[in-house]
Design a protein around this ligand. Structure first.
Ligand SMILES: *Cc1c(COP(=O)(O)O)cnc(C)c1O
Length: 382
């Protein structure tokens, strides 16, 4: 691969040269734990044991590094494992972290209930409010700013370039959870972020058939720390999971184009629907982050949230009435999903500052025929 290759080319070819021995066009599933050594220490291609490295996982890691424009990527058993490993690489007891006001529930739980026990503290800040972020950075020493944009489930937008400048000005690192946008829509490392994490379970995998995570960095020292911990703590992606994720990535660009087009039409329909109180979609001109999103994203993503005028009970009922939108957690697959964040994905933040409205519904808009999707939502809302 050459660095000037376009995104779609990298998605299909980076890390995936045809197999040297057989010519297999896609990387085989190296379902193997250990490798024959040619004499003690004589490792072929650097492989000795599959926790440390496995060729199928290497292919995925090289592809992810290319897509995000980083130097190294690490593939994990889940998005949470990637977050945990990155935070252990960077944070020490006594460190303080800024997290988004509506962080992913699992990320919030990691800070509130796991890292807190190890002396890492956090403050939730609305990252769309740069002055609030700068005030927090001025008020105390902060180790890192953890950003999501668009956020989950309220689709808030943060200005990544400005956040990176603010974080670095305060001596902090910027880490971006790029799960909702995917590298096709935005590449945080290119605008100053120090690390990107992913739940590859979502858009990168794209078919609701595999759980995985990734961390991507540029700084070689941070890469070394991550490589050490990845191997030392061992929450790696298995070979078949890595293979499924790679297969999904090949079609990321075409899938995202359709996700974005369908979501834009769904958001427009909902914005004009009498049963809907408020729609959250960064592609709507009235969205407070619309201008920033238009500047930093290729398109506005496949996630749409909305509030039901008739209240929380009605929202729960709507979630039970759709035919095509499947009631379920997760997102980013080819099939459309619907869920009630307050009772499902965000139940773990109930009672905290991150609590979400009880009349809110979140959609992961899939790549089905959009007319069918619109019809399904109309009948569920009627
Ligand atoms: C799903 C998700 C995660 C966690 O990833 P898992 O693969 O479920 O462990 C982290 N961040 C965001 C934004 C997510 O949607």
């Amino acid at each position: 691969m050459v660095t000037s290759d376009g995104f779609e080319t990298l998605a299909i070819h980076a890390g995936q040269e045809p197999d040297q021995v057989t010519g297999a066009v896609v990387p085989p599933v190296y379902q193997v734990s250990t490798y024959k050594q040619d004499g003690v220490g004589g490792r072929r291609g650097g492989y000795e044991y599959s926790r440390t490295a496995n060729p199928t996982r290497t292919a995925l890691e090289e592809c992810l590094a290319a897509l995000e424009g980083g130097t190294r990527a690490f593939a994990f058993a889940s998005g949470m494992a990637a977050e945990d490993c990155l935070l252990r690489a960077v944070c020490r007891p006594g460190d303080h972290v800024l997290i988004p006001g509506d962080a992913y529930g699992g990320t919030y739980r990691l800070f509130a209930r796991v890292l807190s026990e190890w002396g890492v503290t956090h403050t939730a800040v609305p990252l769309a409010d740069l002055d609030a972020v700068r005030d927090e950075l001025a008020a105390r020493q902060v180790r890192l700013v953890w950003a999501e944009t668009p956020t989950n489930p309220l689709l808030g937008i943060a200005d990544l370039r400005a956040l990176a400048e603010a974080a670095h000005g305060g001596g902090a690192l910027l880490v971006v959870d790029n799960t909702f946008a995917s590298p096709y829509l935005q590449r945080p490392l290119q605008v100053g972020a120090d690390a990107v994490v992913h739940s590859t379970t979502k858009y990168l995998g794209g078919h609701s058939d595999v759980v995985g995570g990734a961390a991507v960095v540029t700084d070689p020292r941070l890469a070394e720390k991550l490589a050490f911990l990845h191997n030392a703590t061992g929450a790696i992606a298995g070979p078949f999971d890595a293979w499924l994720t790679l297969r999904g990535i090949k079609t990321l660009a075409v899938r995202m184009d359709r996700h974005c087009a369908n979501a834009a039409r769904v958001a427009d329909m909902l914005a004009g629907h009498p049963a809907v109180a408020e729609v959250f979609y960064p592609g709507l001109p009235a969205h407070p982050g619309h201008k920033v999103a238009a500047a930093q994203m290729r398109a506005f993503g496949g996630m749409v949230s909305f509030r039901v005028l008739a209240g929380p009970d009605a929202a729960v009922e709507v979630c039970g009435r759709t035919r095509l939108f499947t009631l379920g957690e997760s997102l980013g697959g080819v099939e459309s999903l619907i869920e009630h964040p307050a009772r499902m994905t965000h139940a773990s933040v109930a009672g905290s500052a991150l609590e979400v409205p009880a009349d809110l519904i979140r959609l992961s808009v899939g790549i089905e025929d959009c007319d069918d999707l619109l019809e399904d939502l109309r009948q569920a809302l009627s």
